[in-house]
Design a binder for this molecule. Structure first.
Ligand code: ZN
Length: 413
């Protein structure tokens, strides 16, 4: 699948040595150092293309964009892969409800997603892979699980025994009853007759009447969601023999911790004998005006709607960065307006002939980002610099600050 065009990321001054990035890990529940390496491998779960791109999506991809930018700025290469679940029940259900072709719906939403990512200045993945184009990979991964004795049929569907890995459950920290409840709420089928364990997950769904299917060694059908990401991650970010984990960073929204990432991790351990990721990183949820934002409530706010109404995408980016990625937080007109007002002052400072000293603000942006992506404090430092500039202070290197804002925060004014 075609990715979206990226922007050229400026390079920070060579003498700047960035502190080691620290990120909260969902498995250990600790803030951990992302130890310095030449090459990182990062996999971030992509959208199911039927309602792109709401602000929750935007916040998630922004979080991993900040990680991507920081690791690049320290001089490393980031191999970044993202999937698109371009065949799954929610897509087919939406297409049926709206009486549109599911493929057309998917393509139109993927196009919209791409343009939203460009507008928000999110750097593109190196490989942007759709589930449909990954069907061969998925069937190979299912075969590997089969050889390990972890697959069984129910009718013509195939299921994976999540407890084949003794570590199952250690990412989400949920007990079995909690897992079953959430599994059911998020598209799982814990009560299905024929399952060995309620938490086993579908990896291959035999073709249903009126639904698409693809021929494979496992019969005519389509992939389950979790195995799709496992297969794509392992193929495009191949585990290195001398590393203890398959990849460095597995990412997504916090609603993916269970069942999705827990089940992907279980599958990867059975296939490779290794932990899937060194760091499991999750971005919190975005609500609207005091309520959870969700498709069932019908209160999703879309990036394209805001942009089409004249909102500067940089104001959306700024507003989403004004609180910490790990905080569930609210979106509102007031949040947006505050970001717009702050940007106006920063722009005014940038336009000033002289600007306040920039050394402190630049090092604070870097240091706050290193501390588990504390964008809120980083942006507060920029506000203070703008206020000092507008109060008449001078002696700063404006160009170096602009480079830092672009390279690390993705802000371009
Ligand atoms: Zn995924």
């Amino acid at each position: 699948m075609k990715s979206w065009p990226g922007t050229v990321v400026p390079t920070l001054a060579q003498e700047r040595v960035l502190p080691v990035l620290e990120l909260t890990d969902s498995k250990s529940l600790k803030i951990q150092d992302v130890k310095v390496k030449d090459v990182y491998r990062m996999y971030v779960c992509g959208i199911t293309p039927y309602d792109a791109t709401h602000l929750g999506h935007a916040a998630t991809y922004l979080t991993f964009d900040l990680i991507n930018r920081y690791l690049r700025a320290q001089g490393s290469t980031v191999k970044y892969v993202q999937n698109i679940t371009d065949i799954d029940d929610p897509l087919l259900e939406r297409a049926k409800r709206d009486k549109v072709d599911w493929q057309e719906l998917a393509l139109s939403q993927i196009d919209l997603f791409r343009s939203d990512m460009v507008n928000l200045r999110i750097l593109p993945p190196d490989h942007y892979i759709g589930a449909v184009e990954a069907i061969d990979l998925v069937t190979q991964s299912i075969s590997a699980l089969q050889e390990a004795g972890s697959i069984y049929p129910i009718d013509n569907d195939l299921y994976f025994k999540n407890y084949s890995s003794s570590e199952f459950g250690k990412l989400s920290h949920l007990n079995k009853a909690e897992m079953a409840k959430i599994f059911s709420e998020r598209g799982g089928d814990p009560t299905l007759t024929g399952k060995i364990d309620p938490l086993d997950c579908l990896v291959w769904m035999a073709k249903r009447e009126g639904e698409p299917g693809w021929p494979s060694i496992h019969g005519l059908g389509r992939p389950g969601w979790h195995i799709e990401c496992t297969a794509i991650a392992l193929k495009y970010l191949q585990p290195l023999a001398d590393e203890q984990t398959c990849i460095d960073i597995q990412g997504g929204g916090s609603d993916l911790i269970f069942p999705h990432h827990e089940m992907c991790a279980s599958q990867a351990r059975v296939i490779t004998g290794k932990e899937l990721a060194e760091h499991y990183v999750h971005s919190a949820m975005i609500g609207l005006d005091g309520e959870k934002m969700s498709k069932s409530k019908g209160n999703l706010v879309f990036v394209s709607t805001l942009v089409n109404s004249g909102v500067d995408p940089m104001a959306i980016r700024f507003a989403l960065m004004s609180d910490h990625y790990r905080n569930d937080r609210m979106w509102s007109q007031a949040v947006l307006e505050l970001a717009q007002n702050r940007i106006a002052l920063i722009k005014q400072a940038i336009m000033s002939k002289n600007c306040a000293p920039t050394e402190t603000v630049i090092s604070e942006i870097i240091n706050w980002l290193a501390q588990d992506l504390n964008t809120s404090n980083a942006l507060n430092s920029v506000d203070l610099w703008a206020a000092a500039t507008l109060a008449g202070a001078n002696g700063g290197d404006k160009q170096e600050l602009l480079t830092t804002l672009d390279a690390l925060l993705g802000l371009s004014f």
